[in-house]
Write a protein that binds this ligand. Structure first.
Ligand code: PEP
Length: 257
């Protein structure tokens, strides 16, 4: 049985003080339930890079995991403004979001660069959360699956059969991110099923059974239960609704029916 991963992508939000207050409120909600939640839930906080030391301290002693929103594929060098896996790891970072649609569309990240980041994350024993998803235009043209398959194949190129089990895929339709329009559980379930099939074709049945494929795009306390109840949806990547402790805690407690 795959545990559900619920990840908060804080994007470019919160100062250090605001982050500490947010985490105190979140821990007050979730810490008392941690032993029940631990059975089938992993919770990840991905703050802006500059807040990672403060968040790392604020999470000490909790079961909440710490993630990064991006990283460079090289370990060090002349890459102004970038950060690398060896810089993240000492703070207890375990996961890194890669290829988020805002990275792809605002900052021009290519499949090739994202693939190098995925391989670098795996090399450094970080769990890459590879984001894939179609734009509204691609969706309306009926090309969602084709776009997702291409991003997936390019993004995971060269990943070994030992490493594939550590990869998380996040299906995030671009038209659903921050828009209040989520994919229906049926729409998301279809794409997740197709992603799992591709993993099976390339890496085998066992890898496909173990692979975690999470959904992102306007997940809220109201829609999370029906989304994560689909057998192929293994959790959620949450933007806007992760910025309030009460709404994120409710999403973490999603009821799988
Ligand atoms: C995201 O940015 O990964 C995201 C899913 O955002 P939101 O939940 O706000 O749509």
């Amino acid at each position: 049985m795959r545990s559900k991963l619920v990840a908060a992508n804080w994007k470019m939000n919160f100062t250090a003080n605001e982050a500490r207050a947010m985490l105190a409120a979140l821990r007050a909600e979730l810490d008392p339930e941690s032993s029940t939640l631990a059975k089938d839930r992993e919770v990840l906080i991905a703050p802006p890079a500059v807040l990672i030391p403060a968040v790392s301290q604020a999470l000490a002693g909790s079961s909440l995991l710490l993630g990064a929103q991006n990283m460079h594929f090289e370990d060090k060098g002349a890459f102004t403004g970038e950060i690398s896996a060896p810089m993240l790891k000492p703070f207890g970072v375990t996961h890194v979001i890669l290829g988020h649609s805002e990275r792809r569309h605002i900052f021009g990240e290519t499949d090739e660069a994202i693939n190098k980041k995925v391989l670098a994350a795996l090399r450094h024993r970080l769990v890459p959360i590879l984001c894939v998803g179609e734009t509204l235009m691609q969706h309306d043209a009926g090309n969602a699956l084709e776009v997702v398959v291409k991003q997936l194949e390019n993004g995971l190129d060269g990943v070994s059969s030992e490493d594939i089990e550590r990869v998380v895929v996040a299906y995030e339709p671009v038209w659903a991110i921050g828009t209040g329009k989520n994919a229906t559980p049926e729409q998301a379930g279809t794409i997740h099923g197709a992603v799992r099939e591709i993993i099976e074709q390339r890496w085998g049945r066992e890898a496909a059974v173990k692979a975690r494929i999470i959904y992102g795009g306007s997940v809220t306390p109201e829609n999370v239960d029906s989304l994560v109840s689909r057998p192929d949806i293994d959790g959620a990547l949450v933007g806007g609704a992760s910025l309030r402790a009460d709404s994120f805690a409710r999403i973490v407690r999603a009821r799988v029916g």
